[in-house]
Design a protein around this ligand. Sequence first.
Ligand code: 5GP
Length: 344
Amino acid sequence: MRIEEDIKLDYSDVLFRPKRSTLSSRKDVDLRRTYKFKYSKNEWSGIPIVAANMDGVGELGVAESLSEFEMITCLTKQHDVKKLEKFKNLKKIYKNISLSIGIKKEDFDRLDKVLKEFSFIKFICVDVANGYSEHFSAFIKSVRDKYPTKTIIAGNVVTADMTQELVLSGADIVKVGIGPGSVCTTRIQTGVGYPQLSAVMECADAAHGLGAHIIADGGCTCPGDVAKGFGGGADFVMLGGMFAGHDEGKGKIIKNNGSKYIEFYGSSSDIANKKHYGGLSTYRSSEGRTVRVKYRGKIKDTILNILGGIRSSCTYVGAPSLKQLSKCTTFVRVSNQFNETFTK
Ligand code: 5GP
């Protein structure tokens, strides 16, 4: 047994240190980025915020709204040819959507069918809870061999060694995060995880050294956390909980004591397993929770609030654009990031 003594940090362990700035207004901050991906050689431009491939979030309605802001949506694994065919605006938003698959043979088969029908889709997200198995890297290699010009997202991992392994196996973008999610119970069920800001900083460094990119996936609770993800070196930040509870996710609205809620659950929760896979196998346990999120209306308002926050973070640290945010970032370690007097 070994203990790593280095301190590892979460978003809540730090704040941005303000710096002198020449920016006159947050309106001038440019949040668009342009990336060229390592293997696919595809170029993408937009605001690098990504909706998670979770029920109620990775949905076509959400994708339509996010695409107006040039943000990406990872569709849930349930988006097959039939579901996509019904959606008339796919060609309008194709640049900003990603398919999602697991690593079973039927996942690969579904991917083949969808890409045969909709060959214009450019992103494939190969998503497993634990990206550390040899089988996973081998699967990424086979997707890369079959689809040399698609941009492959692969995850999740939290350390530099495995980020490099996935990039060398053919991933353009590595998805980073084990255990930080709002409805994730992995840390409770297994004791496994890595504080998210440190994971992002270490994996970004590893990926950038190889000309690849990362997505900071999970753990953002507020716009400030999204900015901290970018400040820590993330190329993209993925959000689940912060995008849950809106009209566009098409979740059922539950009324209780005069308030409205929408159910939101982890992708490996009991509910998700029952809904999509007919229940959990006996050798597995659920690693996700179900919660009721306050109904929040249109997602556009939430998006504008997040973007306003990030623009403001940039002005506080003197970054004229999102591209410069990490260069302008000095984090200070804190023991308290928020005054909670009137929140309870
Ligand atoms: P959030 O933005 O809600 O904090 O985190 C979203 C991320 O949580 C997702 O993109 C995914 O990586 C992770 N996640 C979603 N569902 C589950 C689950 O059931 N279990 C675990 N361990 N992680 C989940």
